[in-house]
Design a protein around this ligand. Structure first.
Ligand code: ATP
Ligand code: ZN
Length: 214
């Protein structure tokens, strides 16, 4: 029996639709019921695992999945050593510093000694270090934009796509420190010849779909 390549895809969120669309456009047939958490394609040796995006790098590292699609931001934040197989180009967003409207921002150096709320402490720490800025982090996993108003942070560092949420919370975006798109990740060594060859076949199709879209 032919082995299956298992791909981890975000169950429901900003990455889900486009991730599945790319694979559907490869002519691969699947997707009978949105409640299933694992399913096989009917005409290609690939199996889907639908999970939270945060869990995808760990699943790929541990071999629970062979490849996965995540935001580059999540991949870099977790700093798990994997291979980026392709930059898929969708789910563009930026990680930006935002400050309350009455904060006079003159550059990263004015964050020295301040409290910055973020869900991306690892990425932010790298950027601040490069700029020789020392700040304290308030680590939150959501609703980062509310933290200045409740007095637990002086500034935030969060993903933005339009800035509307920032404005609603009395904040303004002052500096982009990182940009992200969705990437396909895998282990540095697949460790299985059959799976490697399935991955090659899949990537030939994905590259053709991406060329056609550009
Ligand atoms: P899950 O329940 O799977 O953990 P989530 O809330 O962490 O979902 P989403 O908000 O669906 O995740 O975002 C998934 C990814 O989509 C982000 O990590 C990022 O790469 C990308 N993304 C694109 N635009 C935005 C945006 N405006 N805000 C947040 N993430 C965005
Ligand atoms: Zn998540």
């Amino acid at each position: 029996m032919e082995k299956m390549l298992r791909i981890a895809v975000q169950k429901s969120g900003r990455l889900s639709e486009k991730s599945l669309e790319i694979i559907k456009n490869c002519g691969i047939k699947f997707g009978s019921d949105s409640r299933v958490l694992k399913e096989q394609a009917s005409n290609f040796p690939i199996e889907f695992l639908y999970v939270r995006d945060d869990d995808i790098p760990t699943y790929v590292r541990d071999g629970v999945a062979d490849i996965g699609i995540v935001g580059r931001n999540e991949y870099d934040e977790q700093a798990i050593d994997l291979a980026i197989i392709r930059d898929l180009g969708f789910a563009k967003c930026r990680l930006s510093i935002a400050v309350p409207n009455d904060f006079t921002y003159t550059g990263l150096s004015c964050l020295q000694g301040k409290r910055i709320a973020t869900s991306y402490p690892h990425i932010l720490a790298g950027v601040l270090k490069e700029n020789k800025v020392t700040a304290s982090f308030v680590q939150v996993s959501g609703s980062v934009e509310v933290t200045p108003a409740v007095g637990i942070s002086d500034a935030i560092c969060d993903l933005v796509s339009t800035g509307a949420t920032l404005a609603m919370n009395g904040l303004r975006e002052v500096e982009t420190i990182y940009t992200s798109t969705a990437v396909m990740i895998g282990r540095n060594e697949m460790g299985d010849d059959q799976k490697s060859s399935i991955l090659k076949r899949l990537m030939l199709r994905i590259d053709a779909v991406m060329r056609a879209n550009n």
